[in-house]
Design a protein around this ligand. Structure first.
Ligand code: PHB
Length: 391
């Protein structure tokens, strides 16, 4: 008995190793489960669709595989509802056992997703929501963003508005993390340049009853207005601002979400508006031209910033997976590959900061017809400060 013990032990170990190797080989020969948690209804519905379209376009270009693995999707409509976010993300993690989560648009929902990803160690790639906390205090080795922090476009717009000589500005947005943080970024840059935010107006997300606030703006008479709205809310705000007769007297600025993916519906009411964002139309680079052509052919639609962010989420997943040969359990190696990558985005190449957020150029854009024409660079290689991130 005792004489056989080492032998039996060795045999056991060999068996266990073989089982492990075969489990990991199976894991890599099976499909990689991607949980898409996005808004498919409500004011951000079109944004969710564009993100999924972009993601699928890159996947198609790669022959349906990323890092050697075929992809299987599980989809959840998060309705941009923070109250349902924890349940929704836990369904993906615990019930569906996804390998990766891609989502979402709304900052409040994304914060719940980041918490669940951090607790479970599930890989998360955020293809829009700019909540500072996700790549700030809640940052983690398994959490990445292919989009922006709310601070980035807010800050770039603040610099641009100050450069145009405005001194007193009123801000207006939805009262939640994205609105608060874009206004804070705007204010930081604008007040650093000697400007003053004279009034901060808010309404609850996703309300679109702007009338009382527009009356307030008319009475306040600021030099200019800074706004964050997106999707359906942005369409209505821009139209209401013009209808109230404010457009010709008080110039309206915003982060580029105000006019991205919305121009068909906004029509002439958006014409001439200046915004800052990490993407725009008519960039004219070969990379962007190829992307736009492929997107338009596939979906019979023009791409927007959300489509680009979805496309780049797939590119980032591909880069990470290639480095670990499809084995998502190798989180350190996955992260290391992205931290040193240069992502060949249609927006222009970008890198990933230590806190896992894009370091990127912010363009100044002006609406002309159905395009957000890029007319300059508002902030070159703008990095979010990543405040509160310890990894
Ligand atoms: C956000 O909630 O972070 C958010 C939503 C829509 C946008 C941008 C940011 O267009």
């Amino acid at each position: 008995m005792t004489r056989n013990k080492p032998l039996r032990w060795a045999a056991l170990m060999a068996g266990a190793t073989a089982a492990l190797i075969s489990a990991s080989a199976t894991a890599q020969s099976t499909k990689l489960k991607v949980g898409l948690m996005l808004p498919y209804t409500g004011t951000f519905a079109a944004l969710g669709v564009a993100i999924e379209n972009g993601f699928r376009l890159h996947l198609d270009e790669q022959g349906g595989k990323l890092g050697g693995r075929e992809i299987e999707f599980v989809k959840v409509d998060d309705e941009s509802d923070p109250a349902k976010a924890t349940d929704n993300v836990n369904k993906l993690i615990k019930r569906d056992n996804v390998d990766v989560i891609v989502g979402t648009v709304h900052s409040g929902v994304a914060m719940a997703m980041a918490r669940a990803a951090k607790d479970s160690g599930t890989l998360l790639i955020v293809p829009n929501a700019g909540a500072g906390a996700v790549t700030g205090p809640m940052c983690a080795p398994n959490i990445f963003r292919s989009s922006f922090t709310n601070w980035q476009p807010g800050y770039a717009t603040g610099e641009a508005v100050a450069k145009r000589g405005h001194k007193k500005v009123a801000t207006i947005t939805w009262k939640y993390a994205a609105g608060d943080e874009m206004v804070a970024g705007f204010k930081e840059a604008f007040e650093k340049s000697g400007g003053q935010v004279v009034k901060e107006l808010n309404l609850p997300f996703p309300n679109v009853e702007f009338q009382a606030l527009l009356t307030d703006i008319a009475a306040t008479k600021p030099d200019a207005v800074f706004a964050f709205f997106a999707g359906g809310g942005a369409v209505k705000f821009v139209k209401d601002y013009a209808a109230a007769g404010l457009k010709k007297n008080i110039p309206l600025y915003g982060t580029g979400f105000l006019t991205d993916g919305t121009l068909e519906a906004q029509g002439a009411d958006a014409d001439g508006l200046l915004t800052a964002l990490h993407y725009g139309d008519a960039l004219g680079t070969p990379r962007d031209n190829a992307f736009r052509l492929a997107y338009a052919k596939t979906y019979k639609l023009q791409p927007d910033v959300y489509a680009v962010q979805g496309y780049d989420a797939a590119q980032m997943l591909g880069i990470g997976l290639a480095a670990v040969k499809g084995d998502v359990s190798k989180k350190k190696e996955f992260a290391a590959a992205l931290e040193k990558a240069k992502i060949d985005s249609p927006r222009g190449p970008f890198t990933i900061s230590k806190s896992h957020n894009p370091v990127q150029d912010m363009y100044l854009r002006q609406v002309s017809g159905k395009e957000n024409k890029v007319i300059g660079v508002a902030s070159k290689s703008l990095a979010d400060p990543g405040r509160g991130c310890r990894m």
